[in-house]
Design a protein around this ligand. Sequence first.
Ligand SMILES: N[C@@H](CCC(=O)N[C@@H](CS)C(=O)NCC(=O)O)C(=O)O
Length: 207
Amino acid sequence: MKLYTAKLAPNPRRVHMFLAEKGLWEKVEKVHLDLATQTKVPEHLGRNPMGLVPVLELDDGRFLTESRAICTYLEHLQTEPNLMGETPEERAFIEMFDRRVEWGVLLPVANWVRHGHPGLAVLEKPQIQAFADASAEKAKVAMEWLNADLADRAYVAGNRFTIADITAFAALEFGRIVKFKPWEVHPNIARWRDAVKARPSADAGLA
Ligand SMILES: N[C@@H](CCC(=O)N[C@@H](CS)C(=O)NCC(=O)O)C(=O)O
């Protein structure tokens, strides 16, 4: 398998962490693309018509896109450690929390960074500062419910580490580009982030 990916970008980072947690990091060849110059070219559009990463090329030559779909595939390929739920109920709740942080945290943080940071102007045309500002507000509001959710459990989806923690962590790490550091004001987020950051998978793909 071959992963078309990029350093520092949040969706690739979700897959990097997932691979590392599964012990599959070394088994997948990584091809790092420059997001400014190598994703909207015919070669990559042939892999993903949206011109985005990550893309997992399977051994039969098919291209799998969408971070969560890639993770679902990897979860079935390598069942331990389980990151997406064992029972129907657990699977559904983990998916609920994962989608909640994907749409409620990652999306506003990504829009804040992409529309607000000059370094991302090459990817986001036009960059709209008002949208960055509105997204920043949404991200800050999201931290209120995330911090409250984490008051009575260790991790985003319950008392064990799951894909939902990977998504939330990747989102907050990306937010550091705009100096978003909610762990400095939200104690439960701080405690949770320390625990996730201490996992070896947190550094996967950064070197
Ligand atoms: N829904 C997709 C989103 C993928 C995505 O937005 N990838 C970004 C990096 S985080 C990208 O390739 N950006 C390049 C660009 O915007 O041109 C997923 O979950 O994988």
